[in-house]
Design a binder for this molecule. Structure first.
Ligand code: TPP
Ligand code: MG
Length: 321
């Protein structure tokens, strides 16, 4: 793999904007949530933004992503509409899934954001089908399939690794390893911690990025995307990261006792939103922050003013044709 080159000022601004937008949008979701205007359970990715941002920054418009129910970051980093997401959370007709899916089912075909699902692991084989189609149609497009550490315990994960490697599919498996499946730590779930070694037995190149650094993630993703585009097949990225808030909902959960707040501290000290922001000059940072706040306020306003779907919409888009 090539050594990473330092990001240009333009790269920096774009990456910071994406990180900041996701962070602030989710903080707004958390702020609004107790009002009950948001009709959907929310799995926030606050603290985990750098994985989606680092990977999506090297994808082209024709490339795709598949996410999980913790998918706000994936959706936004790939260019999904913030208005469409906010309205979806409010259950409104203008939402990206017409208000019927909620936070766990974000989709935006125009941005090549495949629909996500509440059922753990299920989007992995769907992403692989997309990769197979891209290969057969020779589009040169690639897909990044995001999954949690819990999803690596599903059979569909290993079936997908095997098939993708055998057929050299243009897919990048991106594991957001936050160390927990709901409240259960990896130490109580995995016989070994050697996830990359397990995946490597399928003859897939693997990379373990341990510190959540957005530029390290971007550098590996760039290599993986190039490799996949050239017909070199899949790559697996294990990105260690930390979920700052509770599994589902707007608050934190350190009082429950399944994890200690001391685990959070090193991640907060290397917060990628802050770290990347500090690399910018004060003026351009302030301009980005202002633009982000405006975008969020407009999206919330759009969601609030949008109508709920009509009752007859219940039966629309249920059956093909
Ligand atoms: C097939 C299936 N089994 C169990 C569940 C219940 N469940 C919901 S979230 C979750 C944890 C998944 O953890 P992980 O993949 O690490 O994602 P994270 O929430 O940490 O982002 C589980 C087991 C489910 N939704 N689907
Ligand atoms: Mg997890």
């Amino acid at each position: 793999m090539e050594p990473s080159s330092s990001p240009s000022p333009k790269d920096l601004q774009r990456i910071y904007k994406s990180l900041r937008l996701i962070r602030r949008a989710e903080e707004e979701v958390a702020r609004i949530y107790p009002s009950d205007k948001i009709k959907s359970p929310v799995h926030l990715s606050i603290g985990q933004e750098s994985v989606a941002v680092g990977v999506c920054d090297v994808l082209e418009a024709k490339d795709a992503v598949s996410g999980t129910y913790r998918g706000h970051a994936t959706y936004l980093a790939k260019g999904g509409s913030l208005k469409g997401m906010m309205a979806e959370l409010y259950g409104k007709d203008t939402g990206c899934a017409r208000g019927k899916g909620g936070s766990m089912h974000l989709i935006e075909a125009e941005a090549n954001v495949l629909g996500s699902s509440a059922v753990v692991g299920t989007t992995i084989p769907i992403a692989m089908g997309w990769a197979l189609a891209a290969q057969k149609r020779k589009t040169g497009a690639v897909i990044a399939a995001f999954l949690g550490d819990g999803a690596t315990e599903e059979g569909a994960f290993y079936e997908s690794l095997n098939f993708a490697s055998l057929h050299k599919l243009p897919i990048i498996f991106v594991c957001e390893n936050n160390g927990y499946a709901i409240h259960t730590p990896i130490s109580k779930r995995w016989a070994t911690q050697h996830l990359c070694q397990r995946v490597a037995t399928y003859d897939i190149p693997t990379f373990n990025i341990e510190d959540g650094d957005v530029f390290s993630i971007r550098n590996v993703a760039s290599w993986a995307v190039d490799t996949a585009r050239k017909g070199g097949g899949p790559t697996f990225m294990e990105c260690r990261i930390y979920r700052w808030r509770e599994h589902v909902g707007p608050a934190d959960d350190y009082h429950i006792g399944y994890r200690a707040k001391t685990e959070l501290e090193p991640w907060m000290q290397t917060d990628q939103v802050e770290k990347t922001g500090a690399m910018l000059d004060a003026e351009s940072r302030a301009a980005i922050d202002k633009a982000v706040e405006k975008e969020i306020a407009e999206a919330v306003d759009f969601a609030e003013k949008s109508p709920f779907p009509k009752a007859r919409a219940l039966m629309e888009n249920v059956y093909a044709g």
